[in-house]
Design a binder for this molecule. Structure first.
Ligand code: KG4
Ligand code: ZN
Length: 345
């Protein structure tokens, strides 16, 4: 296998189908979004209160060709104008991943362009670099999505150290589950974000999980107990304003996430902190990180909101950077639901 030899004019056509977003984008030179199209399936899953894997796979099959065509149309390009075809190949829902990987490999085969598989978390990590063109490692990044909560030291492109992770539920999962338990709908993150702005974040003093002062170096997370605490509180005080409960829950999650991100930067002596993943779109989290980073004289970079949740632009960026020093995956590559972040020490 040979290196592609990516250059600032190399164009990647990227596809993302790991969960319930069908997305395609064209990225040039790793940083420039030529086009980015996202078709969300959240309406299809809303009545079930969460993503139904089989429904997600079928919807991806129906949408993927149109989404790719739309990305090309918006870019004013044809297939032959792209140099590399990339797709998220894990982690994620097996059937959902397979749709994007198969579509990308078919396009690669038809065009003779190389196919490259991208790790979904590495993609989330590159979203901030599409927002801030001057951003480069070393940095500390926190990926907070529906499936994962990870604190990662990025020493260089492709070189990572996982510093902390959730021991149970992911942050986004906690938002979704709490919203469901409060009868607010799906997806829970944006709904709680909105509702919390009308509530009092100090109304309920939920215990901050994994912020034990006896463990000042701990960088792991736990959100499953918090979810139970919200349920128990609701049962005990059914008349309490739901906006107050939502705001208090959100304040608790934000407090834990911000504290650990800043702690990691301090421990690793890094000057830049970065957010990624759907929960990075949360207004309270963004405001808190901006304020904390300012106070600690750190640079904080947060992706534009549309780049926080699943999209293919971040996949194209991650592919371009990997292909600077790695051979493309090739047509033999499959989809891996529990893929490990490459380059982790
Ligand atoms: O990164 P993402 O689109 O998909 C995964 O890779 O999981 O993240 C989706 C998660 C969902 O749990 C959703 O509720 C959460 O991100 N989310 C938010 C917000 N927007 C999306 N959580 C809190 N506040 C938001 N504004
Ligand atoms: Zn994601």
């Amino acid at each position: 296998m040979s290196l592609v030899g990516v250059t600032p004019s190399t164009r990647v056509l990227a596809i993302e189908t790991s969960c319930d977003e069908t997305a395609a984008a064209i990225i040039e030179g790793g940083r420039r979004i030529v086009s980015s199209v996202v078709a969300t399936q959240s309406d299809l899953h809303a009545r079930f209160g969460g993503v139904v894997p089989e429904i997600a796979s079928r919807a991806h099959v129906e949408l993927v060709n149109d989404v790719v065509a739309q990305a090309l149309l918006e870019a004013g390009m044809r297939l032959r104008d792209v140099d590399v075809i990339a797709a998220t190949h894990g982690p994620g829902l097996a059937g959902a991943l397979l749709v994007g990987v198969s579509a990308a490999k078919a396009l690669a085969l038809a065009t003779g362009r190389p196919y490259h598989g991208v790790h979904h978390h590495e993609a989330h990590l590159y979203a901030a670099m599409l927002t801030d063109a001057t951003l480069d490692p070393p940095l500390i990044t926190m990926i907070v999505s529906g499936g994962h909560t990870l604190l990662v030291a990025m020493d260089d492109h492709g070189r990572y150290r996982v510093l902390g992770r959730t021991v149970d539920d992911a942050a986004g999962e906690a938002f979704d589950k709490v919203a469901r338990l409060l009868g607010l709908g799906y997806p829970g993150g944006p709904i709680i974000d909105r509702l919390a702005s009308e509530g009092d974040p100090s109304a309920v003093a939920f215990t901050r999980p994994m912020l034990d002062p006896r463990e000042p170096d701990n960088l792991d997370f736990s959100f499953s107990g918090l979810k139970t605490a919200v349920v128990l509180h609701r049962r005990k005080y059914p008349d309490v304003d739901v906006a107050d409960v939502a705001a208090s829950f959100q304040a608790c999650v934000v407090d834990v996430l911000a504290t650990k991100l800043l702690r990691a930067a301090r421990q690793e002596r890094m000057g830049t902190v970065v957010l990624g993943g759907g929960v990075a779109a949360n207004s309270a989290l963004r405001a808190r990180i901006a304020a904390d980073a300012d106070r600690a004289s750190l640079r904080a970079v947060m992706p534009d909101r549309a780049l926080c949740t699943d999209n293919a632009a971040m996949v194209g960026a991650a592919a371009w950077y990997r292909l600077r020093f790695e051979a493309p995956t090739g047509l033999g590559g499959g989809a891996t639901p529990n893929l490990v972040l490459p380059g982790t020490a």
